[in-house]
Write a new protein. Structure first.
Length: 190
């Protein structure tokens, strides 16, 4: 994505969130860069400002729909992330938006689970851990922000999936990595 496409993604996510929170209406985006017609994974995060505490983060790890549709859907869903109270109109002046546009997740193949940490690049890779009906995902910026090493990142992703933290060592999980381009507002636009 170009910086201009990233700014378009941020503006669109902001407009979607504002309209949804203020009026309960979903906007329709008819004009968008050609690349937004491609199927891509995307996450929309909402943070408080100025403390930058997470207020909501929802998205699509897999490229299941055109990016523009995934972006609109993720932005709406981020306003009512089940981990947090529903975003209120009064909070809109005090939030910043972040959009992460993902590459397609690829399974990390190893001979022995002890090799997984060597295959994870902190600050670049996001992780998905899957085992039966359990699944957990952490974006690349999470590990970097918490200053985790690769083993801690694997453990935290397992915990996010509802699995024991060391489950990645069992050889019974599938572990995927992906990369993302991150576009973020520095401060609220008002």
């Amino acid at each position: 994505m170009t910086p201009e496409e990233g700014q378009f993604a941020l503006r669109t996510a902001r407009e979607v969130i504002e309209k949804w929170v203020r009026k309960g209406e979903k906007i329709r985006v008819d004009k968008y860069p050609e690349s937004f017609g491609d199927k891509r994974g995307v996450f929309v995060s909402v943070h408080t400002y100025p403390k930058r505490e997470l207020r909501g983060c929802i998205g699509y790890p897999e490229p299941v729909m055109p990016l523009i549709d995934a972006l609109v859907s993720a932005a709406i869903s981020a306003t009512h992330d089940p981990r947090f109270p529903v975003l209120k109109r009064t909070e809109l002046p005090n939030i910043v938006i972040e959009v992460s546009i993902l590459t397609k997740p690829k399974e990390i193949n190893v001979e022995n689970p002890s090799e997984y940490p060597k295959k994870v690049v902190i600050g670049k890779d996001g992780l998905i851990v899957r085992k039966r009906h359990f699944s957990g995902l952490l974006l690349p910026q999470v590990a970097e922000g918490w200053k985790w090493n690769p083993e801690e990142f694997l453990m935290q992703t397992c915990a996010k999936a509802g699995l024991p933290p060391d489950e990645w060592r069992s050889g019974l999980c599938k572990i995927y990595s992906f990369r993302s381009q991150i576009f973020s507002e520095n401060r609220p636009p008002y």
